[in-house]
Design a protein around this ligand. Structure first.
Ligand SMILES: Cc1ncc(COP(=O)(O)O)c(C=O)c1O
Length: 393
């Protein structure tokens, strides 16, 4: 396997001595460089960025620098980036904000079946609380939305179309620029939850043609509890938190400068990773793992989702004859996710895989292996050996 060494070759302290971490799509370790950058804002630089005395100067400048760093990563203008407390909150601001700012009596929202619950549940809430009409588009066997299906669903009441850039379970990459063009032809906005895409692949709001785009810190080596929403200049939204005029009056609350700095630093590090071939390094490791599994378990390993239209770090496979949950239980050497959700001890198939047409047996056999900045060839070797051994009766 030819893999370039990781940019950040020093092992992460949080991974030392633990199982091989293959769950970067669930969350990423905080990059020590990110932690270092935010630290002064938890200690000495305590000032309120809105104050008018010297204590505010560095926090205010740091906040604006962070905004610029996030904007640069996604091809936006700094004033188009608004910090939030999570990806879920950014999704809420985008969807609820767009629907409530529109004065059509029966607003229509279009989304698709494999969205994150932050989008799907917000759509349900808009239906329940605000009389919105919601259309959920199906996906094909690769988990992709057919643009023709969107074209057929758009009508004169459609306020917003919300489709994710990359799926968290399969890595499937949606045809966002085609969908955005269609939405715009019908006068609708396009929101894109890019939680899983930003930092892993190039994301450019102009090239995609999106109006709103969600960024999530803990998927890109910043801490949990920080996100951002890109809001194209001129797009009107109802605020998500009312109060002081922070964040252009759309999200009141004294800004969390430390977390904004963390996200800004993470964005700058991500831009460096993208420029230096990290996606290709991860794709080579990921494909090596897939090949090892397919070779070690002949005829039993089935890729879920498209091999091509996919994030470079994500491998979702169903292995015949095993249950993903049981497999990971007998393979404590690795930390990964399954294609099922556990409710009170009962495993139900993942709605994402079910929407792609997988039957319950294949969905329950799925494991999601997602790689990241500290993944090494040795990790892949351990994971392949362990999973093969655990899958042989
Ligand atoms: C696609 C997607 N959207 C939104 C979120 C929610 O982000 P947060 O955990 O910051 O609310 C996640 C995280 O799991 C995600 O994978």
């Amino acid at each position: 396997m030819t893999a370039r060494p990781s940019l950040h070759t020093i092992p992460h302290p949080g991974l030392a001595g633990g199982p091989v971490y293959l769950d970067y799509n669930a969350t990423t370790p905080v990059d020590p460089r990110v932690a270092e950058a935010m630290l002064p804002h938890l200690t000495d630089l305590f000032g309120n960025p809105s104050s008018s005395h010297p204590y505010s100067e560095q926090p205010r400048a740091a906040l604006e620098q962070a905004r610029g760093q996030v904007a640069a990563l996604i091809g936006a203008r700094p004033r188009e980036v608004l910090f939030t407390a999570s990806g879920s909150e950014a999704d809420l601001l985008a969807l609820r904000g767009a629907v409530l700012a529109d004065d059509r009596p029966r607003p229509h929202v279009i989304t698709q079946a494999t969205e994150h619950p932050a989008v799907l549940q917000t759509c349900h809430a808009l239906q329940r609380l605000h009389g919105a009409r919601v259309t959920v588009l199906p996906v094909d066997g690769d988990g992709l939305v057919e643009p023709a299906a969107l074209a057929a669903a758009l009508d004169e009441d459609t306020v917003l179309v919300s489709v994710m850039a990359a799926n968290n379970e399969t890595g499937a990459l949606q045809p966002i620029s085609d969908l955005a063009a269609l939405a715009h032809q019908h006068g609708a906005l396009l929101h894109c939850d890019a939680a899983q895409a930003v930092g892993k692949i190039g994301v450019d709001v102009e090239a995609l043609g999106v109006d709103l785009l969600t960024v999530v810190g803990h998927k890109m080596y910043a801490p949990k509890g920080v996100g951002a929403l890109y809001i194209r200049d001129g797009v009107e939204l109802e605020p998500v938190v009312y109060g002081g005029g922070q964040e252009r009056g759309l999200r009141a609350g004294t800004e969390n400068v430390a977390l904004a700095v963390a996200l800004g630093t993470a964005a700058e590090l991500a831009a460096r990773d993208l420029a230096s071939g990290e996606p290709a390094r991860l794709a080579a490791l990921r494909d090596g793992l897939h090949q090892r599994l397919a070779h070690g378990l002949p005829g039993r390993v089935h890729l879920n989702g498209s091999a091509e239209r996919r994030l470079p770090n994500t491998l979702n496979v169903s292995i015949d004859g095993v249950l993903g949950h049981d497999l990971l239980t007998v393979a404590p050497e690795i930390a990964a996710s399954t294609g099922s959700a556990c409710h009170s001890g009962t495993h139900t198939p993942s709605p994402v895989l079910t929407a792609m047409g997988l039957d319950a047996d294949h969905a329950l056999a799925a494991v999601r292996l997602s790689l990241g900045r500290w993944s090494t060839p040795t990790d892949i070797d351990t994971a392949a050996t362990t999973l093969i051994k655990a899958s042989i009766p």
